[in-house]
Design a protein around this ligand. Structure first.
Ligand SMILES: Nc1ncnc2c1ncn2[C@@H]1O[C@H](COP(=O)(O)OP(=O)(O)OP(=O)(O)O)[C@@H](O)[C@H]1O
Ligand SMILES: [Mg+2]
Length: 271
């Protein structure tokens, strides 16, 4: 099986982390080797995955692991333009060394806050993170699911490059569809293989109609819809994974169906 990199993007609060974390565990249960990458500076994917708080509190994000950044790039973090450091640091062992074990065999890698300067300007931490992103895409035969920062800014950075499938989460709102339109336009510029919409927080026919119309006007397939489901909010209140809190809920079933559609798209249906 070829590896595939799936990025989850969309407007703030639409459900990116929920979709990303649940898909990661669902794919792992289906036998894939899954790496979940938290590329959002807010760093809360661990909770949706069901990593314990005691473990999460000890996570050192890659970008703020000063020893690692210095060891691999030859320069202290925080040095910007003008500092001499390696743009091709060795990263092949980082997933094994720094991947945090999550339920169902998922591994979690937390990138942290990376300062990206203006054009051509890079700091040692961003060089390391960039190298890591290209490595996990090219070298590992596995599924990588990335939880992206809200909005469109990250599309200009290394994080979004070489993505095989970008899932753009939308809710039934014109604003989230506007952001999705921008994302899908920019995605093709940076070599994203494919873009698909995921409709979230859907209740009733009017919402479904709205999302189907959005899908046809954007010319992007609606890969699945997830109902508005209070058990997801409850799980969030308690700080646990929705997969553990309400495994049989309608939202989780819908995310399982979304996983089926993604397998078809990636050509994995006849494993
Ligand atoms: N289908 C749903 N039904 C009800 N609540 C939902 C649903 N999907 C997500 N939520 C809730 O919406 C909130 C935002 O979800 P989530 O954190 O996944 O969004 P996000 O896009 O990652 O947000 P951010 O932009 O802040 O990273 C959470 O409280 C979550 O429980
Ligand atoms: Mg999020």
């Amino acid at each position: 099986m070829f590896g595939a990199r799936i990025a989850v993007a969309g407007k703030g609060g639409v459900g990116k982390t929920t979709v990303c974390g649940c898909l990661a565990r669902i794919f792992a249960r289906r036998g894939y080797t899954v790496l979940a990458v938290d590329a959002d500076p807010a760093m809360n994917l661990w909770m949706t995955l069901g990593v314990g708080r005691e473990v999460a509190e000890k996570i050192v994000p890659i970008a703020s692991n000063e020893e690692l950044v210095e060891e691999r790039t030859g320069a202290k973090p925080g040095r910007g333009f003008g500092a001499v450091f390696s743009l091709t640091p060795r990263v092949s062992d980082i997933v094994d060394r720094f991947g945090i074990p999550a339920p169902d065999g998922v591994k979690l890698l937390v990138m942290g806050t990376v300062e990206y300067g203006g054009s051509g300007c890079m700091c040692p931490a961003s060089a390391l993170v960039r190298a890591l992103f290209s490595h996990i895409v090219l070298a590992r035969g596995e599924l990588v699911l990335m939880d992206m920062e809200a909005g469109i800014e990250h599309l200009g950075r290394a994080t979004a490059r070489n993505t095989d499938l970008m899932l753009v989460v939308v809710e039934p709102s014109a604003k989230s569809v506007d952001v999705a339109a921008k994302i899908s336009r920019l995605a093709s510029d940076i070599g994203v293989g494919r873009v698909g919409l995921v409709g979230n927080k859907v209740s009733g026919e009017a919402h479904l109609d709205f999302l189907e119309r959005a899908s046809s006007s954007l010319n992007v397939e609606l890969l699945g819809t997830i109902p508005d489901d209070d058990s997801l909010r409850q799980a969030e209140v308690l700080g646990v994974s929705p997969l553990d809190y309400s495994p049989g809920s309608s939202a989780i079933k819908a995310i399982e169906n979304l996983a089926n559609r993604i397998e078809e798209l990636l050509g994995y249906s006849k494993r």
